[in-house]
Design a protein around this ligand. Structure first.
Ligand SMILES: [Zn+2]
Length: 79
């Protein structure tokens, strides 16, 4: 049990240092459905979703889930 817990602890540290810069995930753009990218910026505690096809942009705070910045051509936000 003690050994297992130590290994888990070590793994967590390695993951944390890997995520220090950013983690990129390939997703589908919620606006146009094309291949887009989601970046987790651990240092800023922000999640940034970007689509190069339609210029969709969504930046949310990964702690609160609040939208920091959002831009999507052809979509009305809260109109
Ligand atoms: Zn798009």
């Amino acid at each position: 049990m003690l050994i297992n817990r130590s290994i888990t602890f070590l793994t967590t540290i390695v993951k944390a240092s890997d995520n220090k810069m950013q983690t990129t995930q390939a997703i589908r753009c919620p606006n146009c459905g094309s291949h887009a990218e989601r970046n987790y910026l651990a240092s800023d505690q922000q999640t940034r979703t970007e689509c190069p096809v339609c210029d969709y942009l969504m930046i949310t705070c990964s702690l609160t889930g609040k939208v920091v910045e959002a831009y999507a051509p052809g979509i009305y936000w809260g109109g």
